[in-house]
Ligand binder design. Structure first.
Ligand SMILES: Nc1nc2c(ncn2[C@@H]2O[C@H](COP(=O)(O)OP(=O)(O)OP(=O)(O)O)[C@@H](O)[C@H]2O)c(=O)[nH]1
Ligand SMILES: [Mg+2]
Length: 452
């Protein structure tokens, strides 16, 4: 009788009866059930059941393959565990961060920390902080504090590394080595600053200030003069320390301006990459419809970072693209919208008109936005950056500056002139082409990196 019932069950299972297959597995015929289920993965219920069986049997590789084919099996936590077991850390983190559960967030943070991805680890821990019970809070806060410190150290060394070219070109620190503090030294200091592209006028004024301060303090040792130089550079750029963040309210719309090749698209890509990893919903708008290839460049960044994308084909009207994009962001309830624009400064008048039109479209759709209008300046062009800034300022009020390519430039000193003359906060600096090579601007770190 028993024998008959079993084979009857098997027969029904083989014919594809869902409940029979499930029953079969429950009765211990797991291997047989798996065989049958593997032939029926198109059915969402059956593949979910198969995924469970794989987990129970410790068949993680199989579970992972199923997960790659169909993203919808198991819970996010289970998917994270499977990915971790087979060594796909990227996906594991992604799944853990979808769970909304404390343990998974902590696990994601640990994986990221081990991988040296401090920025992302921090953001995972910070999200965990919101759900940690009081008795575990102290421990987590301590971990965050330590990581923040390491991150600061890391940022400083990246910036120092980024400014290496400038430092080598100007050798400002060797200037102060074992020298007498006299007129010659001040003259040379001025030359060196000009060479770093601080600008003639700014260099002159800066050296005057340094001289006055040196006299006031009765400085004789050139090492002390170096200290004053560092202080004065710090004081000059301190006022331009700025920050940028997703903030409250949504969607926040950030508009990016700048001449061709200054680094707008890359900067947007890096920001998208960071904010998506912090759990934000980001949409990129490709309103550069002027240059062929601009569309794809931004689309690829969107794909890479996991952001949404709305773009205009070559030749289409940029303001309409922005309209479409912002509308979509509103519909999807996005946190951030980053708008990429064309940078053809040689057609100045039409460009200015176009940028104003884009701004109007945004204002109309989302009152109070764009909350940031960011001008992207390439550090390698040095003093020319100032000229560019003046042109764009005529078009729109600029809320912040992004200085890119500090890593490839020997003209990192131009940043001093930018601060002094424009008095617009520097909100970000680019120190490389990778997604992590974008930093907040630290005046202290900058002054140190230039002079030491
Ligand atoms: N080394 C380095 N390269 C950078 C940085 N930022 C951008 N780049 C590079 O500079 C080049 C131009 O950057 P894009 O982002 O395409 O510049 P864009 O302003 O969008 O240019 P258009 O679309 O032509 O107006 C690319 O090859 C980038 O990889 C940086 O901080 N460091
Ligand atoms: Mg571009």
């Amino acid at each position: 009788m028993l024998f008959f019932r079993k084979s009857e069950l098997e027969r029904r299972a083989e014919e594809g009866d869902k409940s029979a297959i499930i029953e079969l597995a429950k009765k211990g015929k797991v291997k047989k059930a798996i065989d049958l289920l593997e032939k029926r993965v198109e059915d969402p219920d059956l593949r979910s059941f198969l995924f469970d069986l794989y987990l129970k049997e410790g068949m993680f590789k199989k579970a992972y393959e199923l997960l790659l084919r169909f993203g919808d099996v198991g819970t996010a936590k289970e998917r994270g565990e499977v990915c971790e077991k087979v060594g796909d850390k990227e996906r594991a983190v992604e799944e853990y961060l979808k769970t909304g559960e404390l343990e998974s967030f902590l696990r994601a943070g640990e994986i990221l920390e081990k991988e040296g991805r401090k920025e992302e680890a921090l953001s995972a821990y910070r999200r965990a902080l919101g759900m940690v019970p009081p008795f575990r809070r102290g421990e987590l806060e301590e971990r965050i504090r330590k990581l923040e410190e390491e991150r600061k150290e890391g940022l400083l060394s990246r910036l120092r590394e980024g400014l290496k070219k400038t430092r080598e070109a100007v050798s400002i620190s060797s200037l102060f080595r074992g020298r007498e503090v006299d007129e010659d030294l001040f003259e040379e200091l001025e030359e060196v600053l000009v060479r770093a592209d601080v600008g003639v006028r700014t260099s002159l004024e800066l050296v005057e200030e340094i001289k006055r301060e040196a006299k006031r303090r009765g400085v004789r040792d050139s090492e002390d003069l170096k200290k004053i130089t560092k202080e004065k550079i710090f004081e000059t750029v301190r006022f331009c320390e700025g920050e940028i963040g997703p903030g409250e309210g949504r969607p926040k719309v950030f508009l990016f301006l700048g001449v061709n090749g200054s680094g707008k698209t890359t900067t947007i890509g890096k920001l998208a990459w960071r904010w998506v990893r912090e759990g934000k919903k980001v949409l990129l708008i490709g309103a550069d419809t002027f240059r062929a290839g601009a569309f794809d460049q931004l689309r690829i960044w969107a794909e890479r970072s996991g952001a949404d994308f709305v773009g205009g084909e070559e030749g289409s009207d940029p303001a309409s693209v922005v309209y479409r994009g912002v509308e979509e962001a509103l519909k999807k309830n996005c946190d951030l919208v980053l708008v990429d624009t064309a940078g053809r400064i040689h057609t100045k008048e039409p460009l200015i008109r176009e940028l104003r039109k884009i701004r109007k479209v945004i204002e109309k759709l989302v009152p109070g936005e764009p909350s940031e209008v960011l001008l992207v300046l390439d550090a390698t062009v040095g003093q020319n950056a100032l000229q560019q800034a003046r042109v764009f300022r005529e078009a729109l009020e600029i809320t912040g500056i992004v200085v890119t390519k500090l890593d490839t430039s020997a003209k990192g000193g131009s940043l001093v002139a930018i601060c002094r003359e424009l008095r617009i906060p520097i909100k970000l600096v680019g120190v490389g082409e990778g997604p992590e090579d974008l930093q907040p601007f630290s005046a202290e770190a900058y002054a140190e990196a230039i002079v030491e």
